[in-house]
Design a protein around this ligand. Structure first.
Ligand code: GZL
Length: 309
């Protein structure tokens, strides 16, 4: 009774309790990830949210540890950028039992009990893969003969790597001219992208017509390898990336890259909106999808000044 009286006492205001969010980030593997972290930290500040941040340095076990720590601290909401799609069933069930809503951002998961996460805020990676392939088929429609493609995959087992591969292959299989002759993970990093492209070139330099990289960072690393092999990236070997980060625009303006399929990291405001609703027990769509485009080299110089990441 006292609590009710106190709450209804005129002239007494209670500051709304500050929302506390635990955010388990993958790491800082790419330009995209850095922009994603900045967007979420800034949006938390703007929203007056207390953000507990954990950088897992690309290790799933560190993310699982961070989630257990957030649960122990009884945060209001958890945001998770799941490094890979599997291995989350147990810890997400622990969050569910603790009645802490989990919002997935930038990558999705595969779990038996899908009620253990509330919503996924991120892109349609299959469509991104289709867009990359559609650009390639259109850009090479007037050429003759086989189009040999090497593919730099993202982190093994990650949602974007799985689905960007799936979408790309779905489109190129419509035309037998297009063949993926080599495919290997570059783990979404510039360094690994360069290293793997060097190996591709050593084995098949003369046969490679196209590089399809699951993110721009690996494409930028591969561009260095192509140049060091005495070839012209963007001309001798077409270079296709995903993300549309600043580095890709710079490479396209320099004539070393041909196209980047946009994948926006600026998810902070949508995530804060979703977290407030989740904390209040309000309904949320299962997928809050980001709207994205495709940026070929021809528009890079004009578009570059408008870019926000
Ligand atoms: C996409 C994100 C991917 C980016 C990469 O939502 O998970 O991870 O495409 C990043 O650049 O490393």
């Amino acid at each position: 009774m006292a609590a009710t009286l106190a709450l209804s006492t005129p002239g007494v205001s209670f500051a709304a309790k500050k929302l506390v969010i635990g955010f388990a980030q993958t790491g800082a593997e790419s330009e995209w990830r850095t922009a994603n972290t900045e967007s979420i930290k800034q949006a938390a500040k703007d929203a007056g949210v207390e953000l507990k941040f954990s950088d897992a340095q690309q290790k799933q076990e560190n993310q699982i540890k961070a989630l257990r720590s957030f649960i122990a601290q009884k945060v209001d909401v958890i945001i998770l950028a799941p490094l890979v799609t599997t291995g989350w069933d147990t810890v997400l069930m622990e969050a569910k039992r603790a009645k802490i809503p989990v919002i997935l951002e930038s990558r999705n998961v595969e779990v038996k009990d899908t009620s253990t996460w509330t919503t996924f805020v991120g892109s349609d990676f299959v469509e991104e893969g289709r867009r990359a392939a559609r650009w390639l088929l259109d850009h090479t429609k007037s050429t003759q003969g086989d189009v040999n493609i090497v593919e730099l995959q993202g982190t093994v087992g990650s949602d974007p790597a799985n689905d960007r591969k799936k979408g790309f292959e779905e489109v190129i299989k419509t035309n037998p001219r297009y063949k993926i002759i080599r495919s290997q993970t570059g783990d979404f990093t510039r360094a690994k992208g360069k290293e793997v492209m060097e190996a591709f070139l050593k084995a098949d330099a003369k046969k490679i017509n196209v590089l399809y990289a699951h993110n721009d960072d690996m494409a930028i690393g591969a561009i260095q390898a192509i140049e060091e092999a005495g070839l012209k990236p963007g001309k001798d070997i077409l270079v296709i990336g995903v993300d549309a980060v600043k580095g890709a625009f710079e490479a396209m303006i320099a004539g070393k890259m041909n196209v980047s399929v946009e994948c926006s990291p600026l998810l902070g405001p949508q995530l804060m909106e979703a977290a407030k609703k989740a904390a209040a027990g309000e309904p949320l769509p299962r997928w809050i999808k980001t709207i994205e485009g495709v940026f070929p080299a021809e528009v890079a110089a004009k578009e570059f000044p408008n870019r926000k990441y």
